[in-house]
Design a protein around this ligand. Structure first.
Ligand code: ADP
Ligand code: MG
Length: 374
């Protein structure tokens, strides 16, 4: 085992550039999740690391050694795909043994390794079955087992849970992560599903249009997204974003509003632009009980969704739709007004034109604002 480094990897298919200067590292023992919308280049990136595709420029390094031109079969990679591609006519045992048989390992060696892997994945009782007789989750485990049998240098996983139903996907997320914690094989996992990224990753790499937007732990990217895109891509329901404009050097109002102004953070006071995005997460909104410090809003409720453990309250603040997630909703109904607050340290600011984050500074302790904007 060891690390994997990508240095300024780019890829063109004909005239079309699908990867732009990708720099990243998967450290020994690390679980890195690349997350981004469909078509952003995740599978292409994975295939380049696997050696199934070669980069147009840039370099790969495995454990400090140049690997860009290493043939795929020499890379010792365990791959798991969305469609598990198990051989339907072979038993689970033979599916697991396939690679070792091809490499002419001894019968005893094969038995030994398969029994270890089967124990690890709790598939010992399935070894004589054919894939057709297994459930989705069991097939998934066999596919992981097949990649694990060869004791790979690293795991590459391409949306391995996308074919499973929601409940199973939740269980397999935990199982895969638990497996990783035991075997510690460096893993590059790609998905379009932000929940998988948040729950499974040591570090998340957010990609869009062939470029890396942000790298960090799940907490870092969630609490300090560096752009509007990242802010809205991670988290469900997504971050609320409203347009604000400058009223004076030190104060802002909702765009087009005559309502109460609120103070601008330092980064905005010093800038010359007049228009900004203000963001706050649905779960960071609390109901005002008078005197709560922070951004104060009066919102009119449009609809309330009940999810059992919580409510999604859809409302309008001025002319901007916002969502509020709350564990309880006594007395709330469509058409009514509700006073809400978000603590200033949970408010995010972005430049309107570049959509980049306004850097924080010490001056986010605002005075208490009452009233808010109608
Ligand atoms: P993702 O896995 O994030 O959905 P892909 O890496 O599969 O994205 O694809 C990224 C882009 O590259 C897509 O626009 C896709 O159509 C294009 N692409 C992928 N493979 C090829 C190929 N072999 N030839 C031409 N274009 C390709
Ligand atoms: Mg893909």
């Amino acid at each position: 085992m060891g690390s994997i480094k990508l240095h300024t990897i780019s890829k063109k298919f004909g005239q079309r550039q699908v990867l732009h200067d990708i720099n990243m590292e998967i450290q020994d023992g690390e679980f890195v999740v690349v997350v981004g919308p469909s078509g952003c280049g995740k599978s292409t990136l994975l295939r380049i690391v696997a050696g199934l595709e070669s980069p147009s420029s840039g370099d790969l390094e495995f454990d400090g050694r140049a690997a860009t031109h290493m043939p795929a079969h020499a890379r010792n990679i365990g791959m798991v795909f969305q469609n598990y591609a198990l051989y339907p006519h072979m038993t689970v045992f033979d599916n697991l043994a396939f690679g070792m048989t091809a490499r002419k390992s001894s019968r005893q060696e094969i038995q030994q390794r398969i029994s270890e892997v089967a124990d690890l994945l709790e598939i010992g009782s399935l070894l004589k079955s054919k894939p057709g007789a297994l459930s989705g989750g069991q097939r998934q485990r066999v596919a992981v087992g097949r990649a694990l049998v060869r004791n790979p240098y690293m795991f590459l996983m391409d949306e391995p849970l996308s074919n499973l139903d929601a409940l199973l996907r939740e269980r397999m997320r935990v199982e895969l992560r638990r497996l990783h914690d035991r075997v510690r094989i460096p893993t590059l996992y790609v998905t379009h599903d932000q929940t998988e990224a948040m729950t499974m990753a040591d570090r998340i790499v957010v990609m869009r249009d062939g470029r890396i937007l942000q790298v960090g732990t799940p907490d870092e990217v969630y609490s300090r997204p560096n752009s509007v895109f990242v802010a809205q891509f991670l988290g469900s329901p997504p971050m609320n974003l409203v347009r604000v404009e400058r009223r004076s050097e030190a104060s802002l109002v909702l765009e087009g509003s005559e309502g109460t102004a609120f103070p601008a953070p330092d980064g905005i006071r010093r800038a010359t632009d007049s228009a900004w995005w203000m963001g706050f997460r649905p779960e960071r909104i609390i109901r005002s009980h008078g005197g709560a410090s922070g951004l104060a809003m009066t919102a009119s409720i449009r609809a309330i969704e009940t999810l059992g453990s919580r409510y999604h309250v859809h409302a309008n603040w001025g002319r901007f739709p916002i969502t509020w997630v709350t564990p309880e909703a006594p007395g709330l109904m469509p058409g009514s007004q509700v006073a809400l607050t978000v603590s200033w340290n949970h408010v995010h600011w972005f430049h309107r034109d570049t959509e980049q984050r306004v850097p924080e500074d010490a001056a986010l302790d605002f005075p208490v604002e009452a009233g808010g904007i109608r």
